[in-house]
Design a protein around this ligand. Structure first.
Ligand code: SAH
Length: 207
């Protein structure tokens, strides 16, 4: 089995590394990919979606810089792996997924693993979760064609939004945007490749 977590030179937050070491990634990966669960690349999870590469999960989590009392919002629950990493580090996690079957499975899986600090919602993540705002951190695990205004509104002062922005399939950049005195201070981290943040719930025919 490969060394876990891998020796990533960019990840130096001990809390993030400990969370990656603790969460059993094989529990989030379909049976046919079990042998690759601890390799550092994305894998299919059904419905045309993927579980993100562990390095990218670690990097995005480190960029959120979560305090133990943090309330964090995740857009794109997928299989729930990033959700579990967040639940290890933050006090409360709110997660939104547009594909109801993925949301349902992730909720059952995370309950079975014993997490009791996660709130789930099926819906369109572009709207965030206004009733639970503000959030100390917001992470978007699908690429947005543009900056979602609702997520910027729902970010607390001093909190960071970590988000891939760019067109579907290509030319996406990972950003960290921190709210300082009401303004966003943006930092561009580099090129990434994510599935698109869709405009809304899919027709069943899209799946
Ligand atoms: N963190 C997840 C990543 C899954 S891929 C994991 O590691 O498994 C991105 C997810 O974003 C997919 O599950 C996709 O269905 C979801 N998604 C895409 N557009 C969305 C939207 N508008 N609102 C909420 N979720 C969305």
């Amino acid at each position: 089995m490969p060394r876990w977590p891998p020796p990533w030179s960019e990840i130096d937050d001990p809390g993030v590394l400990a969370a990656i070491a603790r969460v059993p990634r094989h529990r989030f990966v379909p049976p046919e990919y079990q042998d690759q669960a601890y390799e550092d690349h994305p894998l299919p999870i059904g419905f045309g979606q993927t579980i993100s590469q562990p390095f990218v999960v670690a990097l995005m989590t480190q960029l959120l810089d979560l305090a133990p009392a943090a309330r964090v919002l995740e857009i794109g629950t997928g299989c729930g792996y990033q959700t579990a990493i967040l639940a290890e580090l933050a006090q409360t996690v709110y997660t939104v997924e547009v594909i109801s079957d993925l949301a349902r499975h992730a909720e059952a899986r995370l309950a079975a693993l014993g997490y009791d600090n996660i709130h789930f919602r099926t819906g369109n993540g572009w709207e965030g979760w206004p009733e639970a705002a503000p959030f100390d951190g917001i992470v978007v695990t699908a690429a947005a064609s543009d900056w979602p205004p609702a997520l910027i509104d729902q970010l607390a002062e001093g909190g960071s939004l970590v988000i891939p922005v760019g067109p579907a399939g290509w030319d996406q950049e990972l950003w960290q945007a921190t709210k300082m005195e009401g303004f966003l201070v943006k930092r561009r981290l580099g090129p990434v490749r994510f599935v698109p943040l869709v405009a809304g719930p899919p027709d069943r025919g899209d799946l």
